[in-house]
Write a protein that binds this ligand. Sequence first.
Ligand code: CMP
Length: 140
Amino acid sequence: MTLQRTFTIIKPDAVKKNATGDIIKQFQDNGFRILAIKMLEISKHQAEQFYAVHASRPFFNSLTDFMSSGPIVVLALEKENAIADLRKLMGATNPANAEEGTIRKKWATNIEFNAIHGSDGEDTARFELSYFFAGYELAK
Ligand code: CMP
């Protein structure tokens, strides 16, 4: 299989817990190459645009409040089968169902404050990467 890119966010809960270094190490130990990385804070409006596919969900308001509540770390990652492999490394959305050894098992509090986001398909990866990174920001 050819190299694939995916996008991930270390969410405000994980940044507050000082989990950033551990999570980045897990990306690298699992064969992901970091193409770009930055820490920033996003506004409520920017969180709403990013999560627009969830606009009709009951948790949309609290999700976007949470995502704009403090610093996040966004990364562009590359490896073979990156999208599926990252989701495996992250573990289930609800940490109660996350497997041992996954990032959410270790760092997530509950289904809402769940430490990490990862793209769920090729189209979303493209949208999410381009939402946070310009082409010139990605390593060769
Ligand atoms: P994420 O992978 O970032 O995609 C959408 C997010 O919405 C998800 O992680 C959770 O943080 C949040 N989410 C999903 N389902 C629920 C839920 N049932 N209740 C609260 N938040 C949820």
